[in-house]
Ligand binder design. Structure first.
Ligand SMILES: Cc1ncc(COP(=O)(O)O)c(C=O)c1O
Length: 358
C-alpha cells in the first residue's frame, strides 16, 4: 500500500504487443530526436491536450523523461538559488530533493477539501521571496484532494495579480473515478503563467519514462536546450511507443479500463476501512488517483508503526514523508495491491495499530 504505481495486473499486455508490432513497422531508424522530442509524439499530445482544454502547438511542448525530469529542468533552468517555492502542505514535492538541492526553499500552504488555500499567497509572496507555486490540483499526492473549479479560478486570479508563475503537476488527471476533473489551470491561463506537466507513468507505464511539459515557447526552448545538454533526449523507442498509444486510440481504451479497476480497488479499500478502522481513523473518499490520506486517532509513533507493519508484510508510506508535522497520517495506495491483499492488509494494519495502542 506504499507504492505509487499501477498494479502489474493492470499492465495491458495484449495492447502493448500490438503497439510494439506497429512501432517496429513504423520506425526507419532510432536516431537522436529534435531537442523538444519526437515531432509525431508532440503532434499527438497537442491533439490530446485540446480534449482537456489546452491549446498547445507541438512547438510549445517538451518531451521529458517523466514529470520528475521536468521538475529538475525547471530547478536548473528557471530558478535562482535562494528563491522560495510555494506548494501544498503536505506534498509529494517534500519527498524529493529536487529544489532543495538546487538551493531553493519550500514553503507549504494549507489545503482544505477544495485544494490549496489561496488567501496567504499575496501576503507571503513578498515576505518569502516566492518565485513560483507548485501544485497538484487533480487527485493530489498524497491527500487525493481534487481542486474545485472555483478554487482553480481563485488561484489563477491571485497568481495573475501577483505575477507568480505556476507549475501544474497533472500526472493523475486521467485517473478519475466518479467524474472527470475540472479543466486544468493551463486551460484558463491567458498570460502564459502556467507550466503544465503530464506523464504516462501513472496511467500506463512508469518504465517508459515519458512525460511532457507545456509552456510559453521561449521557456520550452530554453529547457529543451538544457535537456539536450543533459541526456540528448528521452529514449526514441519510448517516444515512438507513447505516440503509437495515443494515435491508435488504444490509450483511451486502456484508460477506461484503468478507471473501472481503480473504482473497484478504491471501494474495496473504503469498505475494509469502514469495517476495521471506523473507531481508530478518519478519511475522505478520494474521487480519483491512487491515494487515501488516513488520519489515525490514537497517537502512535510513525517509526514504530512502519516497522511493526513491515514485520507483518505491509509497506507503509508514513505521512511525515510529505510533511514533517503529519505524523498522525498514512498515505494508503489502492492502485498496486490485489483486492485480497488490500482487504487483508487493511485488516492486519488495524490489528497492528490496536496492538500498539494497548
Ligand atoms: C505528483 C507527481 N508528480 C510526478 C511524479 C513522477 O512522475 P514521472 O514518473 O512521470 O517522473 C509522481 C510520482 O509519484 C507524482 O506523484
Amino acid at each position: 500500500m506504499g507504492t505509487g504505481e499501477l498494479s502489474p495486473d493492470l499492465f495491458p499486455r495484449e495492447m502493448m504487443k500490438q503497439i510494439m508490432n506497429r512501432v517496429s513497422d513504423r520506425i526507419d531508424s532510432l536516431g537522436y530526436e529534435e531537442p523538444k522530442g519526437l515531432l509525431f509524439l508532440r503532434e499527438q499530445l497537442s491533439t490530446y491536450l485540446k480534449t482537456i482544454g489546452i491549446e498547445a502547438s507541438p512547438s510549445s511542448i517538451l518531451i521529458v523523461s517523466g514529470a520528475l525530469q521536468a521538475l529538475q529542468l525547471i530547478s536548473i533552468g528557471l530558478l535562482h538559488r535562494g528563491s522560495t517555492i510555494f506548494l501544498e502542505k503536505p506534498s509529494y514535492l517534500y519527498s524529493l530533493h529536487v529544489f532543495q538541492s538546487a538551493g531553493m526553499r519550500l514553503f507549504g500552504l494549507p489545503l482544505d477539501g477544495e485544494g490549496i488555500q489561496t488567501k496567504m499567497i499575496a501576503q507571503q509572496k513578498k515576505r518569502q521571496n516566492a518565485s513560483l507555486i507548485y501544485t497538484i490540483p487533480s487527485f493530489h499526492n498524497p491527500t487525493g484532494i481534487l481542486m474545485s473549479k472555483e478554487r482553480r479560478r481563485e488561484l489563477m486570479d491571485v497568481c495573475e495579480q501577483e505575477q507568480l508563475p505556476i507549475i501544474e503537476d497533472d500526472v493523475y488527471r486521467e485517473l478519475w473515478i466518479d467524474s472527470p476533473p475540472p479543466l486544468p489551470l493551463k486551460a484558463i491561463d491567458n498570460n502564459g503563467l502556467v507550466l503544465y506537466l503530464g506523464s504516462i507513468s501513472k496511467t500506463l507505464s512508469p518504465g517508459l519514462r515519458i512525460g511532457w511539459m507545456v509552456g510559453p515557447k521561449p521557456v520550452i526552448e530554453r529547457l529543451a536546450d538544457i535537456k539536450m545538454q543533459t541526456d540528448y533526449g528521452s529514449s526514441s523507442l519510448s517516444q515512438w511507443v507513447a505516440a503509437e498509444w495515443l494515435s491508435s486510440g488504444l490509450y483511451h481504451q486502456h484508460l477506461e479500463k484503468v478507471r473501472t479497476e481503480l473504482k473497484v480497488r478504491r471501494d474495496v479499500m473504503i469498505n475494509s476501512l469502514q469495517k476495521h478502522f471506523f473507531d481508530i481513523a478518519t478519511w475522505s473518499v478520494p474521487k480519483g488517483g491512487f491515494y487515501l490520506w488516513l488520519r489515525l486517532l490514537p497517537p502512535i509513533s510513525s517509526r514504530k508503526l512502519f516497522e511493526k507493519a513491515l514485520e507483518h508484510g505491509i509497506l507503509l508510506n508514513p505521512g511525515n514523508v510529505y510533511d514533517h508535522h503529519a505524523t498522525q497520517y498514512l498515505r494508503l495506495s489502492y492502485s498496486y495491491a490485489s483486492l485480497d491483499e488490500l482487504e487483508n492488509g487493511i485488516f492486519r494494519l488495524s490489528e497492528v495499530i490496536r496492538q500498539l495502542t494497548l
